[in-house]
Design a protein around this ligand. Structure first.
Ligand SMILES: Nc1ncnc2c1ncn2[C@@H]1O[C@H](COP(=O)(O)OP(=O)(O)OP(=O)(O)O)[C@@H](O)[C@H]1O
Length: 367
């Protein structure tokens, strides 16, 4: 069997002059959970539907388990799918809906009974076996669609926002169940979502899309800690940006001169951020910034005033107006004091957590 369950190479979808998907390439390895993540309209669903065979690509190629399937119909691709519009059989009960595909495959009655029990437990639907779809809520219907797909134990499962209709608590618990089941069954999964938390917590790798194109492909940790572009940094989590000029890059460190004249030292990324004189952005996450208890002189120390404080229980978030006029957001987890609005503060931006990217950076991982 091919190492890759899915290989997408330069696929495109044009609707008139609209490029819904524009030269998208990525691989999904066997057993891996990969997410397509991006804002509404970025081309995630179109990409997934081209892989499933419901939309014919305008260009490029798709391989499934090493076999060219670009223009094959869906039933010749050997994939399971759960889409947003989950069409259940209206005249069949929940159990019958789940059993349908298994009966077609001539599975034994005892096997079917056990499978129904297992997948209804995973999707939190135990006790609903005899209900008809019209007597279920939207979220419950969505879970039946998921149970029906899982029952077939597909080698390759394509899912488009399968948890979108659930309330937050249910979504979080289903996320865990689904991820555990996927790992246990080593079921290769391609999952469309616009929810960054879902993508980060469930995936082995994430493909970030923007405007029909791939913005970055990376493991969740790398995506969060080393975003390759401003778009990724902004879309995944909260990021602080400092715009400035690259003045020096040597020995794994970059330096960025801000408009105020202050120079910030930053860890150089794997890819070069540019050459001295280029306009760049330095990025840092709010939880990496250190609020200093005592005034301090030194590199990467900035002064400002508290503009807003937001208390979330486990975390305290400050918005700081820096002396330069820039706004900085920082988060404190172990706090024993609250600063008043207007209070003067000093913060340190640790160079090891400050990263420089080109102003219009767009990147991919090497994998
Ligand atoms: N049948 C169609 N005809 C014309 N334009 C289309 C068609 N389907 C999709 N598009 C356009 O292609 C782009 C990508 O759509 P797609 O549904 O793939 O985005 P998405 O990232 O899945 O969005 P969402 O999260 O809102 O579902 C959008 O700009 C959309 O308006």
């Amino acid at each position: 069997m091919s190492d890759h369950a899915i290989q997408v190479n330069g696929i495109q979808k044009l609707y008139g002059t609209v490029k819904a998907v524009d030269d998208v390439s990525f691989d999904v390895r066997q057993g891996e959970f990969t997410s397509l993540l991006g804002p509404s309209g970025c081309g995630k669903t179109t990409t997934l539907r081209m892989i499933a065979g419901f939309i014919d690509p305008s260009g490029g190629s798709i391989r499934i388990n090493g076999r060219e399937v670009t223009h094959l119909p869906p039933d010749k691709r050997d994939v399971g799918f759960v889409f947003q519009n989950y069409a259940l059989w209206p005249h069949m009960t929940v159990a019958e809906n789940v059993a349908f595909g298994l009966k077609l495959r001539r599975k034994k009655r005892a096997f079917i009974r056990n499978k129904i029990e297992e997948v209804l437990a995973v999707t939190g639907l135990t006790g609903y076996e005899d209900r008809l779809p019209k007597r279920l809520s939207g979220g419950q219907q969505q879970r039946v669609a998921l149970a029906r797909a899982l029952a077939l134990e597909p080698q390759l499962l394509l899912m488009d926002e399968p948890l979108s209709n659930l309330d937050r608590a249910l979504r979080v618990s289903m996320r865990r169940e689904l991820k555990q089941l996927q790992s246990r069954m080593k079921m290769t999964t391609l999952y469309v979502t616009h929810d960054q938390e879902e993508a980060l917590s469930m995936s082995n790798r994430v493909v970030i899309m923007n405007g029909g194109r791939v913005e970055q492909i990376a493991e969740p940790y790398a995506l969060y800690e080393a975003p390759a572009s401003s778009f990724v940094a902004d879309f995944v989590g909260i990021t602080n940006f400092f715009e400035g000029t690259l003045v020096q890059c040597a020995d794994g460190w970059d330096e960025v001169r801000l408009a105020s004249g202050q120079v910030l030292k930053a860890r150089a990324g794997e890819a070069s951020a540019g050459k001295p004189g280029d306009v760049v952005r330095a990025l840092i996450r709010p939880e990496r910034i250190i609020l200093l208890a005592e005034p301090e002189d030194g590199p990467n120390v900035l002064g400002g005033r508290v503009e807003l404080s937001e208390y979330f229980g486990a975390v305290l978030r400050y918005t700081i107006r820096l002396d330069s006029g820039d706004v900085l957001r920082l988060e404190v987890h172990n706090f024993d004091r609250f600063l008043e609005n207007g209070a003067p503060v000093q913060v340190r931006v640790p160079p090891e957590h400050l990263r420089v990217i080109p102003l219009d950076g767009r990147g991919r991982d090497a994998a």
